[in-house]
Design a protein around this ligand. Structure first.
Ligand SMILES: [Zn+2]
Length: 434
């Protein structure tokens, strides 16, 4: 239980999906707004003078002209790759073999896993991200470490043991049985505890045998409230490899579908090179697609079809995909999403970018009834953005005619210096001391 507090600043509260209505009209902006938080939840939002008059006894934290938003939701990350972010060169499969797998090997050591989990969560909080959905490694210790660190910080978080039983080095392979049983034990221990959600996590079909994918499907059928996260159609040579490994499959998506891994609660990272059949099947299943733009440009994967997929009504989230992605920042990720969409001739409105990084990602993770919007009843995970955090941003924002023009320079040029404060369940996160 926490005492009530009024946070003052500019507020931007989405009232609709900006992909479904004129984007600029999808949110209510209060230039002098307030958010009333109590017991970890948002109790009210609205103009500051009205809320202050209604709650005269409640203590106030005044963030001035900074913009209060829901905390960012990063719908696809690999926390074990924190230490190898920005590793030079390579395409996807080489990148996994050269950088990812040797690093992931180290997570059999619980002390190392705990150290990286703590460092990772503190980094993302400093970037204004309050929920992530993370792959771990094949080691149950890596999952324990991340859930423990999230629990200690009161975070809402999604994670799962990455399962791989082929095409990975010795030391990074499990089996269909051990993947099933280790995942089941982690579900029993963590799923639904405090603010934690378990995601059944086959890495991707090249590193799982059909037997392992079948075991994952059976596990999900036994635990339907878990999410299921994996990768789909990131690079064309990966797609060709999948076709070789699964000669009977109709397409990449079918390698999951035939084992019961496509349905509501399935979360597919990347989803760039999709056939019409795959798009239709994903839509029908109401599965989520997660756009990882800094990763897609960094590893040279391709250009996500935000325009077409959003027009078709897909459930779409936004993510850094660290460490394949090149930044921990959802601001930088929104900027990359803007740039990728521009290459497909679709300029995304700032409202669409901010929605993807908050409510859109929450919806992809089926947490949109709890996080991702400034609205009464939602959990009070918040980020407070300084819209003039550097001289370059400040001089551009000073010319802004409305809130969208004011926030766009921070989206395009901002980083962790723009994060004035982060709140988790209504409590301010201590600022990093280094
Ligand atoms: Zn990934």
């Amino acid at each position: 239980m926490t005492d009530p507090r009024l946070l003052l600043g500019q507020t931007l509260a989405f009232t609709a999906d900006p992909f479904a209505v004129p984007a600029a009209e999808a949110a209510r902006h209060d230039a002098r707004g307030a958010v009333l938080v109590e017991d970890g939840r948002i109790r009210a939002t609205g103009p500051a003078d009205l809320l202050r008059a209604a709650h005269p006894q409640v203590p106030v934290t005044d963030h001035g002209t900074a913009l209060i938003l829901p905390g960012f939701v990063d719908a696809h990350v690999h926390y074990p790759q924190t230490g190898i972010i920005a590793s030079w060169g390579k395409r996807l499969i080489d990148w996994l073999n050269s950088y990812t797998f040797p690093e992931e090997m180290r997570f059999s050591d619980p002390a190392y896993a705990a150290e990286v989990a703590a460092r990772y969560l503190d980094l993302v909080l400093a970037h204004g991200t309050t929920t992530v959905a993370s792959f771990c490694t094949i080691h149950p210790e890596s999952v324990e470490a991340l859930f423990e660190a999230a629990l200690a910080r009161g975070l809402r978080l999604v994670a799962g043991k990455t399962c791989m039983d082929r095409n990975a080095p010795a030391g990074l392979r499990d089996t269909p049985r051990s993947a099933h049983d280790d995942s089941a034990a982690l579900i029993a221990r963590w799923h639904g505890r405090d603010r934690l959600t378990y995601a059944i996590t086959p890495r991707f079909s090249p590193t799982s045998t059909p037997e392992q994918l079948e075991a994952m499907g059976a596990l999900w059928a036994d635990h339907p409230t878990c999410l299921m996260q994996t990768h789909l159609s990131e690079q064309t040579d990966e797609c060709a490899w999948v076709a070789e490994l699964f000669p009977d499959a109709r397409d990449y998506l079918d390698t999951y579908h035939r084992f019961g891994l496509v349905g509501p609660g399935a979360v597919f990272g990347h989803a760039i090179h999709l056939s019409d059949r795959e798009r239709a099947r994903l839509r029908e299943a109401d599965a989520a697609l997660v756009h990882c733009p800094t990763s897609n440009t960094f590893i040279g994967s391709g250009l996500f079809d935000m325009d077409g997929l959003s027009a078709d009504g897909h459930r779409i989230g936004l993510a850094t995909d660290t460490g394949g992605g090149s930044s921990f920042s959802m601001l930088r990720t929104m900027a990359a999403a803007y740039e990728v969409a521009q290459l497909r001739r679709r300029p995304l409105h700032p409202a669409e970018l901010l929605w993807l990084a908050t409510a859109g990602s929450a919806r992809a993770l089926r947490l949109d009834d709890r996080i991702g919007r400034l609205a009464p009843g939602m959990e009070a995970d918040l980020v407070v953005l300084d819209l003039a955090s550097t001289p370059a941003i400040a001089q551009r924002a000073a010319r802004a005619g409305d809130i969208w023009e004011a926030v766009f320079p921070t989206i395009m040029m901002g980083d962790d210096r723009a994060i004035r404060a982060t709140y988790v369940a209504g409590r301010p996160v201590p600022r990093p001391t280094a």
